[in-house]
Design a protein around this ligand. Structure first.
Ligand SMILES: [Cu+2]
Length: 164
């Protein structure tokens, strides 16, 4: 685990320049990540879930291998599935990566697949933004910016305001 976390510091510095302040979408090759967001957390809560959409426009199946956040945000980030067993929702870590088939997308949503932050260092507050690293099998690494907000708004279409 330590060896995985080490490169993050350098990576974060580099990616800070490529973070777009205009659109909230991020891409590497044929992979696009749309609107990463998380809900605000209560002070006593040490976990949080991050949601986003991953689009794979390539000809081959892509695999999300792992996710990371800076140690200043949380101790660990994991990919989780939610399974329902006899009306009980149970979260399971995805160890072998998450497949995104060719020309397809995966939506991480409340009650479904999500990225779990464990050992939060501070509560997530509305308006906060923090980096999240996604590591893909073919497309390499993408650092996205997670926005802390009450709920997601549909991107793109609402970013254009008419001028009177
Ligand atoms: Cu979870």
């Amino acid at each position: 685990m330590n060896s995985i976390l080490k490169p993050f510091g350098a990576l974060f510095l580099v990616s800070a320049f490529s973070l777009s302040t205009f659109a909230h979408d991020f891409s590497a090759g044929k992979i696009e990540v749309n609107h990463p967001w998380a809900r605000p957390t209560a002070p006593v809560v040490k976990t949080a879930a991050v949601y986003l959409v991953i689009n794979n426009s390539s000809q081959k199946t892509e695999r999300l291998l792992s996710v990371e956040v800076p140690p200043t945000i949380a101790q660990q980030a994991q990919i989780h599935h939610t399974q329902y067993l006899e009306d009980m929702a149970k979260m399971r870590e995805v160890f072998d990566g998450l497949l995104i088939s060719s020309k397809n997308k995966i939506e991480f949503t409340p009650g479904g697949t999500h990225i779990m932050l464990l050992g939060l260092k501070a509560p997530l507050t509305k308006g906060d933004k923090f980096p999240l690293l996604l590591r893909f099998e073919h497309s390499g690494e993408i650092t996205v910016e997670v926005w802390v907000e009450d709920k997601p708004f549909s991107d793109a279409t609402q970013s254009h305001h008419s001028h009177h």
